[in-house]
Design a protein around this ligand. Structure first.
Ligand code: SAH
Length: 367
């Protein structure tokens, strides 16, 4: 079954959710290696051997949402809230630019008020003008109106990440309060596409009640909506959240299981979607020190080193044990570069490393 499904994927034939599930369910390490090698070869063929860095700036943990899994949800009274000002965000962006990262990603909790929309617009314009348009900017600032997306696009951002979290409506309801809507989040992905962004989305992997069939359907959804970028990672608990309180702390065996499910998701996503950008996310690194490199070998091509000022990092805990290592330094930048090079990849310094899929889909005649 596994070889047949791999052959179908490599031949770009249609596959069913059950077929994808069979790959996500692999337990045998030898079969898993076959899967990862096929995904890695597909990556090399469609997007090459360059890994791109996006310096991530976590500019605020203030959030109007109350997602049951997330440590910065508004009801978590133990989270010390912070908001970087324009100068702080700008400074970190310039650090990433000087470090030749090529792109940054600005992420925060969700705020839709005018002051916040203006702050982001101002900082985008300032970054674009100071770098002569050379620093690529991805945003990950949650659900917004189409006008806000347009405003930030006009101010210079050109990629946006908004995870759908899960495409199963029942699971979505279990993860969120009643006023959080899967349909509205989907609508936001449409707005992002209409306003000209390269659009990234993804899901949480391995939370309670989710099955590998759900994950297989999630992957088919990513393909169906023709995404340009994928950011997804294992669910990791945070004790001060409703969901985190229902889950037993992960032991080594559970860490390993979650890491490998995350890696298989990357591999199957690469085999199914081919020319998209896929991030080896920080959650993988939380589960294993080499989680991100393993992600690259399973088909990912993007790493998002944290460039947030160290003093703010303890407050941006979406989940526990988020690696707080100081990546905002020359030494760790070099060590990350060495780690990427040690697996035979090269770092695409000073390049945007845009999604090839974005350009390929825009070349297609309108249907
Ligand atoms: N507020 C923005 C961006 C910040 S949250 C947004 O909603 O898009 C970024 C991502 O962190 C979320 O999409 C979610 O998938 C992930 N996340 C939140 N809590 C997590 C947890 N406990 N474990 C793993 N990932 C988590």
């Amino acid at each position: 079954m596994i070889n047949e499904v791999l052959e179908k994927l490599l031949a770009d034939e249609a596959v069913s959710a059950a077929e994808l599930k069979s790959l996500l369910d692999i337990v045998d390490p030898i079969e898993e290696k076959v899967l990862f090698d096929a995904a890695y070869a597909t990556k090399r063929k469609f997007v090459g051997n360059k890994t791109f860095f996006r310096g991530i700036i976590e500019c605020s943990n203030i959030c109007v949402k109350d997602c049951f899994y997330c440590g910065i949800r508004k009801s978590n009274k133990n989270s010390a809230r912070f908001q970087m000002d324009e100068d702080e965000i700008f400074r970190e962006a310039m650090w990433a630019f000087d470090a030749k990262y090529g792109s940054i990603a600005i992420q925060s909790g969700e705020r839709q008020d005018a002051a916040y929309i203006d702050l982001i617009e101002r900082v985008l314009k300032r970054i674009k003008s100071a770098t002569d348009g050379k620093l690529g900017v991805t945003l990950s600032l949650g659900e917004q109106t189409k006008e806000t997306y347009q405003c930030w696009r006009d101010a210079g951002a050109h990629r946006y990440l908004l995870r759908i979290e899960t495409t199963n409506p029942e699971l979505y309801r279990q993860l969120h309060p009643a006023d959080h809507s899967l349909e509205e989040r989907m609508q936001c992905l449409t707005f992002l596409k209409e306003t000209g962004y390269q659009v990234g989305t993804g899901v949480l992997i391995g939370f309670p009640n989710q099955t590998t069939l759900d994950l297989a359907n999630d992957l088919l959804f990513l393909k169906a909506i023709d995404v340009d970028m994928i950011g997804m990672g294992p669910y990791i608990l945070h004790k001060e959240t409703p969901l985190g309180q229902t889950v037993a702390p992960y032991d080594d065996a559970k860490n390993e299981e979650m890491l490998h499910l995350g890696l298989r998701m990357i591999a199957v996503a690469r085999l199914l979607l081919k020319d998209v950008n896929i991030a080896a996310t920080t959650a993988l690194q939380t589960l294993s020190n080499t989680g991100r490199e393993q992600g690259l070998l399973a088909g990912a091509n993007i790493i998002m080193p944290n460039v947030t000022e160290t003093k703010y990092r303890p407050s941006y805990q979406l989940y526990e044990n988020k690696p707080a290592i100081d990546e905002n330094s020359e030494t760790s930048r070099q060590s990350l570069q060495q780690r990427v090079e040690s697996i035979g990849e090269i770092v695409g310094f000073n390049e945007w490393g845009d999604s090839r899929h974005f350009f390929n889909r825009n070349l297609k005649p309108a249907s």
